[in-house]
Write a protein that binds this ligand. Structure first.
Ligand code: ADP
Length: 590
């Protein structure tokens, strides 16, 4: 019952529901024992001595017991459901909240499908177990205990004969559980891979079609579907064998009882009424054994589900506020960023960046250039404290960012990522993401600066147009412009443009950058770019290679000295010249 203990914080507040629900179930079970007794009385005291005046009282007693038992069962269900739902509600909220605050390091390895199943299937298993399963297991013991006690009070020899049949029943139940449990796990895995195939297929439908790989996808799905079907057949085969075997054993028990009990009746050591009562009472023993496999299975599954949900809740947060973290006053923030001998490695990998030194005075523009994997994004991630540095320190207005409140620091930074994520909401909602009561003029102003206003106005619903979860219906450049508007609206002290204009054409890039000149005033800006044209006006350009700064300076300075910057410049410049020449040739031949 480890899972019950570890989840205690989330349901203990409603512990009364738990106790009351168990109590009502126990009363219902105890009331069930009255039937065999009434049967015994009916046969021994009414039918045999032909004492029929007792019939109305007995009938009344049966009605009374049935009604009371039904009420008790209803109350058990009512409080069990309340407890389970309360717990599931608290756990859902707690998990979601935790997921918001878990660091990037967690998401580097987390899988969406896995997280979704923890928040749905696993939570449901916990809800059912805490709400009902736990009480049912306790009730199992109560039934056997009550039943055996009642049997003993009637005839101890016959009770012992009945109890002989328990070991084979328990054996079959436990053996069944040990086989159905892995079968269920297999089935769940197979279902997981089936749903992953569907999810990936829908997400990557463009790639599938572009490569004409539909038959491959159909084949892949059908293999997984076959596996799922085989698993299902195996599990249902186990179920279909279990019940007949249990029934056979239960019937064996009844036959034994009839033989031994019948002999006792003939010898006069047992009344017929007592034998009939025994017959109803054996279900108090056989019934729980029947359900034993199911309950053990339910328990182990809930324990596994509990572990998986607690795996989220107990996960430590890597990047978090220190105890006396400093708050930033938006009025006095300047936006100076300093990197001092910064080094960082992801997990146990080699260093992603090494010995990075940089000083970005307020309002200055820093450009970052380098090939894929050079460490540009890592520098930006460290600045926004997605990860904490492993060596050196980063300072914001002279204070180590690890001493600042994470929320305050990130509140001063707006990033436009290369990959734009749009939420399934309106364009207005996407630009003003997470901000309450933003005046429409501010949204429009940001959109105009990001050169997004015109295409938004061309849409039928304008700013109220709903965009899909992946921003369907908008071009890459349009999505990026919405993301730029979102960043500008935040009015940050630090602006990070992570290859932000890669999806727009040169002309638009110029336009957006002209807009940026205006909004960059008074903000420290970091630009990651592949095109040298985006970095021309930077106050300092850092050229990175394999995590090291290999060159630094202004554009004019860097093109004049031999090195990687000049090489990139020459390639891009040569490209430009070649294209201009081709254009002219093309025009000449027309
Ligand atoms: P760039 O932005 O210049 O393309 P990155 O900063 O993304 O380069 O990557 C620098 C190095 O760190 C690369 O070797 C890359 O493989 C590694 N890296 C980047 N992100 C992660 C991550 N989340 N987990 C592990 N390694 C990473």
């Amino acid at each position: 019952m480890n899972v019950l203990r570890r989840l205690q914080d989330y349901y203990w507040e409603k512990k009364t529901y738990m106790f009351v629900s168990i109590l009502f179930l126990a009363i219902a079970t105890a009331l069930g024992l009255v039937y065999p007794k009434l049967l015994q009385i009916l046969i021994d005291d009414v039918i045999t001595p032909r004492n029929f005046e007792l019939v109305p009282q007995l009938a009344l007693a049966v009605v009374g017991v049935v009604t009371l038992k039904a009420i008790m069962q209803f109350l058990h269900g009512f409080f069990g459901a309340r407890l389970g739902n309360f717990l599931a509600y608290r756990l859902r909220n707690a998990c979601y909240e935790k997921l918001q605050f878990l660091s990037f390091r967690y998401y580097d390895t987390a899988r969406t499908g896995d997280l979704m199943s923890r928040l749905t299937g696993d939570l449901e298993a916990i809800r059912l177990f805490i709400g009902f399963g736990f009480a049912q297991i306790l009730n199992l013991f109560l039934m056997v205990g009550f039943g055996a006690a009642m049997m003993l009070s009637i005839n101890w020899q016959l009770t012992l004969w009945t109890l002989i049949t328990i070991p084979p029943l328990v054996f079959v139940a436990i053996r069944f559980e040990s086989r159905i449990h892995p079968a269920f796990q297999e089935m769940r895995l197979a279902l997981g891979s089936l749903t992953t195939a569907v999810q990936e297929n829908v997400t990557g439908v463009r790639t599938v079609k572009a490569f004409a790989r539909e038959p491959h996808e159909v084949g892949k799905f059908s293999l997984r579907n076959d596996r799922y079907k085989d698993n299902q057949l195996h599990a249902s085969g186990l179920w279909s064998r279990y019940f007949p075997v249990m029934e056979l054993l239960a019937s064996g028990c009844a036959v034994l009882l009839l033989g031994v009990g019948g002999t006792m009746v003939i010898r006069g050591t047992l009344t017929i009424g007592e034998l009939v009562a025994f017959f109803s009472l054996i279900w108090y023993i056989i019934g729980p054994m029947w359900g034993l496999g199911f309950h053990i299975n339910n328990y182990t599954q809930s324990e596994a589900s509990g572990e998986r949900v607690l795996g989220i809740l107990d996960r430590p947060i890597d990047v978090r506020d220190k105890e006396n973290a400093l708050a930033l006053d938006p009025e006095t923030v300047r936006g100076q960023v300093t990197f001092e001998k910064v080094g960082f490695a992801y997990g146990n990998k080699l260093h992603a960046v090494h010995d990075i030194n940089l000083d970005a005075p307020p309002g200055k523009v820093i450009g970052l250039l380098g090939g894929t994997g050079a460490g540009k994004s890592t520098i930006i991630q460290l600045l926004m404290r997605a990860y904490d540095v492993t060596e050196g320190s980063i300072k914001f207005d002279g204070v180590d960012i690890r001493d600042l409140r994470v929320e305050d620091l990130r509140g001063q930074i707006a990033t436009v990522f290369q990959e734009t994520f749009l939420f399934s909401s309106t364009i207005k909602g996407n630009i003003g993401y997470g901000m309450n009561d933003v005046p429409m003029e501010d949204i429009v102003r940001a959109a105009k600066l990001a050169k997004a206003h015109d295409f938004i106005m061309e849409m039928k619903e304008g700013y109220d147009t709903v965009v899909g979860e992946r921003g369907m219906g908008l071009s890459g450049g349009q999505k990026q412009r919405i993301a730029i508007a979102r960043a500008l609206l935040k009015n940050p002290k630090i602006l990070i443009l992570d290859d932000a204009t890669s999806a727009v054409d040169m002309e638009t890039e110029h336009e957006i950058q002209a807009g940026f000149q205006e909004v960059m005033k008074g903000r420290t800006t970091f630009i990651i770019a592949h095109r040298i044209s985006s970095l021309r006006h930077a106050d300092e350009i850092l050229v990175l290679n394999e995590g090291h700064i290999v060159q630094r300076g202004r554009h004019e300075q860097l093109i004049a000295e031999p090195g990687p910057y000049q090489e990139v410049y020459n390639i891009q410049y040569a490209d430009h010249i070649a294209r201009t020449a081709e254009d002219e040739e093309g025009r000449g031949s027309l």
